[in-house]
Design a protein. Structure first.
Length: 105
């Protein structure tokens, strides 16, 4: 089931971010209620900055308000970096994303 696989891959990304002391994750904690998307910020860095730094390393993410300023207002985030996982992503893609996320300072 593609949704299950995508959720498992997103969970790997979430776990990588949860291991960082500077990561702020948005959304529900219940995996069965999540879409295959991770919205996050790194303390002291703007969402656009994080997205640009990831893009420099070949990881494409959205950064900023993602056309949802009211959602970000409710979250109190001021914008977020967002990683989406889809059927075109492989386990190797997720491994690489986690590696880059771990190495960002």
């Amino acid at each position: 089931d593609r949704l299950r696989i995508a959720r498992e891959r997103v969970e790997r990304i979430r776990q990588t971010l949860e291991a960082r002391s500077d990561a702020i994750l948005y959304g529900t904690q219940a995996p069965c209620q999540r879409l295959p998307v991770v919205a996050f910020n790194l303390r002291g860095q703007s969402a656009d900055e994080v997205a640009a730094r990831l893009a420099e390393r070949g990881i494409r993410v959205a950064g900023g308000m993602q056309c949802a300023p009211l959602a970000h207002e409710v979250l109190g985030s001021g914008g977020a970096a967002r990683i989406s996982v889809g059927p075109g992503n492989s386990d190797q893609d997720i491994d690489r994303a986690c590696e880059v996320l771990e190495s960002l300072s």
